[in-house]
Ligand binder design. Structure first.
Ligand SMILES: NC(=O)C1=CN([C@@H]2O[C@H](COP(=O)(O)OP(=O)(O)OC[C@H]3O[C@@H](n4cnc5c(N)ncnc54)[C@H](O)[C@@H]3O)[C@@H](O)[C@H]2O)C=CC1
Ligand SMILES: O=C(O)C1=N[C@H](C(=O)O)C[C@H](O)C1
Length: 249
């Protein structure tokens, strides 16, 4: 890479994409060279060194594959990257030019990253745990990528600690009031006008409850993490899931 990192944004007309374009333009050492959205020919990605991808879950894998095939590093915020998609991406990156890096980050806000880490740390000490995610009503996917990732981390920590299933006597739930189950953890999705992105992890034991909550009140909360991802992705070949791996957490 030259001194200036050339950056293109895919999903550039969206809520996150447009905020990222402004953040890249304001950042020292970064140059915004391309804005792409639905229907655009990605071509040579406007000569970018790094692409930031914030589109929709169904489009993201093809967009990222386009970057990887050309050896362009990719910082991905789009949701929907569960294990099957990650496995396909890992296979694609093996055939890509050497050194190509992809960062898949379910959440770029530092507080959300810490919330997930604290929840994983706490999980082994509590018999009960549930995740409640709350978002703006224009969000197209549920549960949120952050909630799914949190539940995966909690589920893995519970397994490692030898904890059994979460206690729950519910037998009759015709309307799905107990929420979705991700890695055995109940996850509840709220969509409410006025919200941006929020999550609570509720951990219960005999006579006590620990609540871990994070609130993004503005999309500005994601920008330092995205910019850090752009600056660091070239140092991390292969697929990395979670910005925490770049932050030494
Ligand atoms: N990792 C993180 O920290 C965050 C992740 N997100 C995720 O980012 C994604 C985008 O969120 P928003 O910006 O709120 O959505 P949005 O709906 O405002 O923007 C999505 C954009 O992608 C475009 N798009 C659709 N299909 C496309 C395609 N095939 N190629 C290129 N562009 C395409 C749309 O036209 C739109 O401009 C969602 O999956 C959301 O969950 C959102 C906020 C933070
Ligand atoms: O769509 C959003 O807004 C957000 N999406 C991500 C998710 O699904 O976890 C990150 C953040 O919660 C905002």
């Amino acid at each position: 890479m030259s001194d200036m990192i050339k950056v293109s944004v895919i999903g550039a007309s969206g809520r996150m994409g447009s905020t990222v374009c402004d953040a890249v333009e304001a950042a020292t050492g970064l140059e915004l060279v391309g804005r792409f959205d639905q229907g655009d020919d990605l071509g040579d990605l406007a000569g970018a060194d790094v692409v930031v991808e914030f589109s929709v879950p169904d489009a993201s894998p093809a967009n990222v594959a386009h970057c990887v095939e050309r050896g362009v590093h990719c910082v991905v915020g789009t949701t929907g990257w569960r294990e099957e998609r990650l496995a396909r991406l890992r296979a694609q990156i093996e055939k890509a030019p050497e050194g190509t890096g992809v960062l898949i980050a379910p959440n770029f806000a530092i507080g959300a990253i810490l919330m997930m880490s604290f929840a994983a740390q706490a999980a082994r000490f509590y018999e009960s745990v549930e995740v409640v995610e709350l978002h703006h009503p224009r969000k197209v996917d549920a549960p949120s990528g952050t909630a799914a990732r949190t539940a995966d981390l909690i589920g893995a920590a519970r397994e490692e600690a030898g904890l059994g299933p979460i206690p729950d006597a519910t037998e009759h739930d015709p309307d799905g009031a107990r929420g979705a189950r991700v890695h055995g953890v109940p996850v509840h999705s709220v969509r409410l006008r006025g919200l941006v992105a929020h999550q609570e992890v509720l951990l219960g034991g005999e006579g006590e409850m620990l609540t871990i909550r994070h609130d993004s009140f503005d999309r500005a909360s994601f920008m330092p993490g995205v910019i850090e991802g752009v600056r660091r992705v070239g140092e991390h070949p292969g697929v990395t899931v979670g910005l925490e791996h770049y932050l030494g957490l």
